[in-house]
Design a protein around this ligand. Structure first.
Ligand code: HT7
Ligand code: ZN
Length: 847
């Protein structure tokens, strides 16, 4: 497949009014019969019928209106089936195909595959073409009728059930959809069931399907689903539109979950949870992803994307919606801080390296490589800015118009922006650059104070990114508040709209020079630079009324302590002590402030300042600072550790989780001076996985985890999700100099089922998350990772390509490390038979 260009988009020259599928499921020789009701769009301009589908489809029959076409009119290429216009009627016709496929051989988990004896599918983005010949593009939408034949007891597909008897199930999906939203599942499954009545009175049967024995871990997923359905009605006025909503948990899954119409399929780690096996973070994530997939029913399914370049139309918006949902369910302040942390860790990093691309890219080779932090998380930030600019009412009007105007459409970013323009009267021409331009703008702020007038001058600039050397100025909403010298807010939040490369804004009538709180709520995804001393940062940490800006002040102090030496460390340690002791503050907020920036974040900051990060030095400095905090605040932290126990039975609610998070932050710091004794005790007595895993991570870091690891594997050896944690913590938390050796040993462990994506990610992702371990000076982390990527690529290209992002920021390190990384990447790039997925990633990285 050549490079795809947005500019080359053409509508499909046929209409498709119904798809009928009949599948006889078997591990080998699954038979797929497809009937497509087609019509040429323009009978006066006959076109070849080009269907997607490659060598994996064994074509057994092909008929047009019941007749086999003359073989001279039928061509097969590596990736397509082409029927010449000469063989096609000029009026509506039915195309029938019959193919045989082998799900048992499908190790790529794309199309129809087997997971633990269960048949399941993954069709986004281009998996349907591995099931049958089809116009596998999102702008071809039609209704589906599906017949499933299997002796397995549960047989599910999209839409509403029509009948199920004697091993044959029939499903009808009345909502036109593209092929990427098709799904089927057949297996030995049990359901946790409930019901939901929509606000117009539709009674919906809800099921969460899991393997027998897992039912008692599916209740939280069901609660999350019901909350999501209610929230989407209350906040967006969106109602569910079928009689059933099914969720299925599968163990082998390339990503987190998939929003197939009426039949969401989930990675089991995002469904199954019990206090003994799942952490607070797991619970929060389950709630968010269940919501995300459910919200796609409107933002993605009812309104889909015209082509894959528009992916952020559905993903950015749906992430934005799930973030709003979590803010409403839990602490909005904490959620915002967590989202910014994720954005910086994943998306800013992406923007800094050779894989940088805009939220709406205009070229790709392999679309699966564009399910990125930029498309998802930055796509959501762009919507947040839009909402900020047009206000809550404008946003609500625009969304209502979007749903009415585009229901049933395959839409574009242009459609989306036009809706905002029409609903609010605002010209969004310049704003559109956020969608089309890559890179994180740097925003520099300087202040001038004269006679009661404060002038803030901002300068924006965005460094060049691959293929985009010049970056015109963007619209940047900058939320600013002013705080008086006594700590009172003198000017509440005002959003300044910056549109020029350099622009000033004035605040007058001020009595005394205020302290500026800027980029409140992280109002734009930029890197802010302002000359600020540590005393002013400490002042903001103590007084800012905006929780994000307050946390950010603490973060800046921490980064200054990590990079500037002794005086900065003292200022930070003192400020953090005051905050930790503030019983009026949310424990989760205090925990966030007590947690030092990660090593990767420190490296990103150093690189953004134009210097070369040294992973070993960063590790050592961060450890020293943690130890100094612990020594200074020993009594305070010990008090917090004891006080933040949560009495009674475990509950994953936000308040309980917040207390545990503060307790764990204190534990982590105290372990720098107590040798891990508290962690050893906690591991032995904790009845919930949150505290056990936190304790285990400390013990691994201190090299005293042997017996705890044994206990955990004895207890949970047959629980895949817990064993994934067992694998990942051992490399992620390992002392960096041991990380690669530990990863090597674990790769030889009998339970290292490397073809299972979760297990592979646990080990390889665990190593990548150990910053100084992965970037070991001798290149061993790179070599180990490259060896496994090569092996994985032959089985599952999507996973190999995705995990190759461990290398995405290699150019920022020192010359010897760069040489090792380049070597490892070139070893992959030159491999014969490398997948398109991994080839594209690696060649972009070494370009
Ligand atoms: N829309 C889905 C994205 C997706 C995916 C999911 C599972 C396996 C492979 C996949 N490729 C793309 C998930 C989502 O964003 O909601
Ligand atoms: Zn999504």
């Amino acid at each position: 497949q050549p490079v795809q260009h947005l500019a080359d988009y053409r509508p499909w020259p046929f209409g498709l009014t119904e798809t009928r599928l009949d599948l006889t499921l078997a591990p080998r020789d699954t038979i797929v019969r497809a009937a497509l009701d087609l019509a040429p769009r323009d009978a006066s301009d006959p076109q070849d019928l080009v269907l997607d589908g490659g060598a994996g489809l064994r074509l057994q029959a092909l008929r047009i209106d019941g007749q086999a076409p003359d073989p001279v009119h039928v061509t097969r290429t590596d990736e397509q089936l082409i029927i010449a216009a000469a063989a096609l009627p000029h009026a509506p016709f039915t195309l029938e195909t019959e193919v045989a496929i082998d799900p048992a051989d499908n190790t790529a988990f794309e199309g129809l595959y087997l997971s633990g004896g269960m048949f399941c599918t993954q069709c986004e983005a281009e998996g349907f073409r591995h099931i049958t010949f089809y116009p596998d593009r999102p702008d071809v939408m039609t209704t589906f009728r599906v017949t499933l034949r299997s002796a397995l007891p549960v047989r599910l597909s999209n839409g509403n059930p029509v009948g199920d008897a004697d091993g044959v199930a029939e499903w009808h999906d009345p909502w036109p959809k593209p092929a990427y939203l098709f799904a089927l599942v057949a297996g030995d499954l049990v359901a946790v069931s409930d019901r939901f009545t929509t606000r117009s009175g539709r009674d919906v049967a809800l099921n969460v399907w899991v393997r027998p024995g897992d039912q008692d871990r599916a209740g939280f997923a069901m609660e999350s689903l019901i909350k999501s359905m209610r929230w989407d009605e209350d906040v967006y006025g969106r109602e569910y539109d079928l009689d059933v909503f099914n969720i299925v948990a599968v163990d082998d899954f390339n990503m987190g979950a998939m929003e197939n119409k009426g039949l969401n399929i989930f990675n089991s780690k995002l469904v199954l949870a019990s206090p003994e096996t799942a952490t607070d973070t797991d619970y929060e994530r389950i709630e968010a992803v269940i919501a995300h997939e459910y919200f796609h029913n409107w933002t993605g399914n009812r309104i889909t994307c015209r082509d894959w370049f528009q992916l952020c139309l559905k993903e950015g918006l749906t992430v934005f919606r799930d973030q709003q949902f979590t803010s409403d369910m839990r602490s909005a302040a904490v959620k915002r801080i967590e989202d910014v942390q994720t954005l910086r860790a994943r998306q800013f990093r992406e923007d800094q390296g050779p894989l940088a691309h805009p939220p709406r890219p205009d070229r790709y080779e392999e679309i699966n490589n564009f399910y990125t932090a930029t498309v998802y998380e930055k796509g959501a930030e762009v919507i947040g800015m839009l909402k900020n600019l047009v206000g809550d009412d404008g946003y609500a009007r625009a969304l209502d118009l979007y749903f009415t105007r585009h229901d049933g459409d395959a839409a574009t970013i242009e459609d989306w922006l036009t809706v905002f323009q029409d609903a609010t009267g605002r010209d969004l021409t310049q704003f559109k650059r956020w969608y089309t331009d890559a890179g994180t703008p740097t925003l520099e702020m300087t202040e001038d104070w004269q006679d009661g007038t404060l002038t803030l001058t901002f300068a924006q600039s965005t460094p060049p990114t691959p293929g985009q050397p010049d970056k015109p100025a963007r619209v940047i909403p900058i939320a600013v508040g002013l705080i008086g010298p006594n700590g009172d807010e003198v000017t509440p939040t005002r959003v300044l709209e910056m549109t020029e490369a350099r622009q000033s804004f004035t605040f007058d009538g001020l009595g005394a020079r205020p302290v500026v709180s800027v980029l409140r709520g992280f109002s734009a995804p930029v890197m802010l630079k302002r000359p600020l001393d540590d005393a002013t940062r400490a002042f903001l940490l103590a007084h800012d009324t905006d929780p994000f800006a307050r946390w950010e002040a603490g973060r800046e102090l921490a980064l200054s302590a990590l990079t500037q030496g002794d005086a900065a460390q003292k200022a930070y340690i003192a400020a953090i002590g005051t905050l930790a002791a503030d019983e009026g503050a949310d424990p989760a907020f205090r925990a966030l402030c007590l947690t030092l920036p990660g090593e990767e974040e420190i490296a990103t900051r150093i690189a953004a300042g134009g210097a070369t990060p040294d992973p070993d030095a960063i590790h050592a400095t961060r450890s020293d600072l943690a130890r100094r905090i612990a020594l200074t605040h020993q009594d305070l932290l010990a008090g917090l550790y004891d006080a933040m126990t949560v009495p009674g039975a475990y509950s994953p609610d936000a308040q309980s989780a917040a207390r545990r998070s503060l307790r764990i932050a204190a534990l982590g710091l105290l372990s720098r001076i107590d040798g891990g004794d508290r962690a050893a005790v906690l591991f032995g007595i904790a009845s919930n996985m949150t505290e056990r895993m936190a304790a285990l991570a400390v013990l691994v870091r201190l090299g005293r985890a042997t017996s705890a690891l044994q206990i955990l594997s004895d207890e949970f050896g047959d629980n895949r999700l817990v064993m994934d944690k067992w694998f990942s913590v051992q490399v992620m938390a390992a002392p960096p100099e041991q990380a690669v050796a530990i990863a090597r040993d674990l790769a030889a462990h009998r339970d290292f089922d490397w073809q299972n994506p979760n297990r592979f990610r646990a080990l390889l992702g665990g190593l990548a998350a150990n910053h100084a371990g992965f970037h070991a000076a001798d290149g061993s982390g790179y070599d180990f990772t490259a060896d496994w990527l090569i092996r994985m690529d032959a089985a599952n290209p999507q996973i190999a390509a995705r995990m190759s992002t461990a290398f995405e920021i290699w150019p920022r390190y020192d010359a010897p490390r760069r040489a090792h990384a380049r070597n490892a990447l070139e070893r992959i790039a030159t491999l014969a038979g490398l997948s398109r997925n991994t080839r594209e990633m690696v060649s972009r990285m070494i370009a």
